[in-house]
Design a protein around this ligand. Structure first.
Ligand code: DGY
Length: 318
């Protein structure tokens, strides 16, 4: 840990919730990088004054920026994910890293279940059907029942467990794959992602992003899910081999997908735009007033505590 310097600069790396930006500016010397006329020139001249950086899960702190901040002591993420920051590199420099776990679990799990129901029952597609006036020409095609399906959860962390608790109310059969079995959960642990997909009608991806999970939902996993299988992804686009997913959906080698995350956000593969078998969401799983305010509050508390005594409220797990 680099010792705190109460008079050091707090760098706001990316746009944040207005209430968090306002809080950061109160009581700390805060600089918003994007408001500098020439950010690179600012970093060259003032980078050594920065002791803490506040950023979003989506933007993180890239290696070039980290290198431009020689006295950085903490990276505070607004968001539970931190795969956009090289945490191992940060730690090797004595930089501590925090995120905002727990406060978004409910909303992400709610959205995962909503998206799952949407894609199986065709809700978004049915809404488009009504608006287009197609109902006058005939009844909407039949869809697929949710209750009593086999659901596999990939990554049974806090969010995965919250999804499982919600889905238990649908009398589904739940199993999961995580690197290590989770103790004290009533769900079956499956040894591999491929086996989980083979054993599931619906695969829900809730694992964290980053190098260890990149491409985990591979062509092989999608093949195991099969033509009647559905994929729900509320984790990170990188966890899924997106090219393989697009081909599987276009060629109907899986039945459908509900996706809140993509590899190159905000860009979505063009092939998916016309497919009614896919629900496309703009990374909104944590996007409610209540949750974003709670995330902002926790991010602020991390920053403030770091500036006060050099520790973090919710450091990312080692
Ligand atoms: C997170 O917190 O990592 C989410 O993906 C942001 O909505």
């Amino acid at each position: 840990m680099n010792p705190p310097a109460p008079n050091g600069t707090v760098l706001q790396v990316s746009p944040l919730l207005p209430s968090l930006t306002a809080a950061l500016a109160t009581g700390h010397r805060t600089v918003v990088l994007g408001e500098q006329p020439d950010p690179a020139a600012y970093l060259a001249e003032h980078g050594a004054e920065v002791v803490a950086a506040v950023t979003t899960a989506r933007i993180g702190v890239g290696n070039d920026l980290m290198d431009a901040l020689p006295n950085l002591g903490a990276i505070v993420h607004f968001g539970v994910g931190y795969d956009t920051t090289d945490v191992i590199r940060a730690r090797s420099r004595g930089i501590d890293v925090s995120n905002t776990p727990d406060v978004l679990t409910d909303c992400v799990a709610d959205l995962a279940v909503g998206a799952l129901i949407d894609v199986l029952r065709g809700l978004s597609a049915a809404d488009r059907y009504v608006r287009r006036g197609d109902w006058q020409r005939g009844a909407y095609p039949l869809t697929t029942k949710v209750s009593r399906k086999r659901v596999g959860i990939l990554g049974l962390g806090r969010i995965g467990q919250a999804v499982a608790r919600r889905l238990a109310g649908f009398d589904v059969e739940l199993s999961y794959h995580s690197r290590r079995p989770v103790s004290a959960v009533p769900y079956r642990h499956v040894e591999s992602a491929t086996q989980l997909a083979a054993d599931s009608d619906i695969l829900v991806v809730t694992t964290s992003g980053g190098a260890e999970t990149t491409g985990l939902v591979s062509e092989e996993v999608l093949a195991a899910l099969g033509p009647s299988g559905y994929l729900v992804n509320v984790a990170r686009g990188s966890v899924v081999d997106e090219k393989a997913l697009v081909s599987a959906l276009v060629e109907r080698r899986i039945a459908g997908a509900a996706l809140d995350v993509f590899v190159d956000e905000p860009n979505v593969p063009a092939e998916l735009l016309d497919l009614d078998s896919v629900v496309l969401l703009p990374h909104i799983a944590s996007g409610t007033h209540e949750t974003r305010e709670a995330m902002g509050d926790l991010a602020y508390r991390n920053l403030h505590q770091f500036m006060t005594d050099g520790t973090l409220v919710t450091p990312v797990p080692r």
